[in-house]
Design a protein around this ligand. Structure first.
Ligand SMILES: Nc1nc2c(ncn2[C@@H]2O[C@H](COP(=O)(O)OP(=O)(O)OP(=O)(O)O)[C@@H](O)[C@H]2O)c(=O)[nH]1
Length: 405
């Protein structure tokens, strides 16, 4: 009997244990199915996209899942752009530039080539015709004295020649114009280094005459001839002038020394020459400001620039830039500059924009200075060494090879 009671108790305990293990299991919720994932392999070269957070689970049990606000795509880190090295330009060779640019003198060609030659080929060269010839020359800015000389000589020569063919007349006129341009003048640009220091060229002139442009063009002329150049932006009055010069320099690989706006031009010029010596360049070209509002101030400033630069050595060339379209006014301005510094040569710009090509004759005679270079356009290589015979050939339409026009 005792055994039977023991067996019943054991059975009861076993039953209770089984129920206790099974019931809690049945009460547990089933696990939600795992969300599906799509795996996409990134094609080679594709930049990994921004990481997007997984949507929030339905914590509130409403059955709706609110997507997070769209996030701005975050750009992957990009390396800073590398500035491409500037491609250096190869300026055109200087030889033959005047011949290449002869068509740019078309306005002046009308006066000299067409006008004068037509007058000279009249059947009767009476007083009236000679006066017309004089007027044409004066109108082309040749200047009164030079015109008288040219006309007197032409009168003599045509009187001696009985017959006057077109070729003879053209030759007579050409000879007189070349004479008036004084072909014996030294027009070489003194820009070569000496005693281990660079040649120093100071460029002066009234604002707007084309000074900065001319500095840039001269740098190209020198580079075309195989020289190394450094530019000094001593026109600190106008910030854009230094910018302009920097652009010209970078195109031919010439370093530019500049100071802050309003800096002392003399100190910039001094630094430019010092740097030129350090680098061992052949030539240092210095652009200056040319305000004429205050003549005394201008003279003081230019005088100081020259004196300070000369602490390094002599200034080899002081070029005065004159705008050909300002005619006789330009000559007045020129005198102011000549009082301030020893000008050694003239650059006559914008000859392409005037019918008064005779200004070259007037400039040389009135200032007693050689025109060394002429500007014939806004292009970077539109600056030519001046050569009287080629210039006259271009004016009166004579082919430089002697074929005639
Ligand atoms: N047609 C023509 N334009 C020229 C010539 N030379 C210069 N110019 C133009 O003249 C304008 C004035 O030139 P700049 O070099 O800025 O004159 P700047 O004398 O240096 O003037 P600042 O810098 O103010 O002192 C520019 O538009 C040039 O392109 C030329 O030979 N022919």
């Amino acid at each position: 009997m005792e055994y039977l009671v023991l067996a019943l108790i054991l059975l009861g305990v076993l039953l209770l244990g089984t129920v206790g293990l099974v019931v809690p299991r049945l009460r547990r919720r089933p696990e939600p199915p795992l969300p599906e994932t799509s795996v996409r392999t990134r094609p080679t070269g594709e930049v990994p996209g921004p990481t997007v957070e997984a949507p929030e689970t339905d914590r509130a049990g409403t059955g709706t899942v609110t997507a997070p606000p769209p996030t701005e795509p975050v750009a992957p880190p990009v390396a800073p752009p590398v500035e491409p090295a500037p491609t250096l330009e190869r300026p055109e060779p200087t030889a033959g530039r005047l011949v290449r640019l002869r068509a740019r003198l078309s306005r002046s060609q009308n006066v000299f080539g067409k006008g004068l030659l037509t007058l000279l080929s009249r059947d009767h060269l009476d007083e009236e015709v000679w006066e017309e010839i004089e007027d044409a020359l004066i109108g082309a800015d040749v200047g009164v004295d030079a015109t008288r000389e040219i006309v007197d000589r032409l009168r003599e020569r045509t009187a001696v020649l009985g017959t006057r063919t077109a070729v003879e007349l053209r030759t007579l006129l050409a000879v007189e114009l070349v004479n008036a341009l004084d072909p014996g003048m030294d027009r070489s640009l003194r820009a070569t280094p000496h005693d281990g220091t660079p040649g120093v060229v100071l460029v002066v002139g009234v604002n707007g005459a084309g000074k900065t442009t001319t500095c840039g063009k001269i740098a190209r002329v020198l580079v075309a001839d195989g020289r190394t150049v450094l530019l000094g932006a001593a026109d600190t009055f106008r910030a854009a002038a230094a910018e302009q010069l920097t652009t010209w320099g970078s195109r031919v690989g010439a370093e530019v020394v500049r100071g802050p706006e309003g800096a002392d031009p003399a100190s910039v010029a001094f630094d430019a020459v010092r740097r030129g010596i350090e680098l061992g360049v052949d030539t240092v070209l210095i652009d200056t400001a040319g305000r004429l509002q205050n003549k005394v101030g201008l003279m003081d400033e230019l005088g100081k620039v020259k004196r300070v630069v000369e602490k390094h050595g002599p200034v080899d060339e002081t070029l005065l830039v004159l705008d050909a379209t300002t005619g006789q006014n330009g000559l007045e301005q020129a005198r102011v500059f000549m009082e301030a510094v020893d000008v050694t040569g003239v650059v006559l710009t914008k000859l392409d924009g005037t019918a008064k090509g005779g200004i070259v004759i007037a400039v040389q005679r009135k200032l007693g200075l050689p025109v060394k270079l002429v500007g014939l356009g806004e292009g970077p290589d539109d600056l030519a060494p001046f050569e009287p015979a080629q210039f006259v050939d271009a004016l009166i339409g004579v082919d430089p090879l002697g074929a005639g026009a």
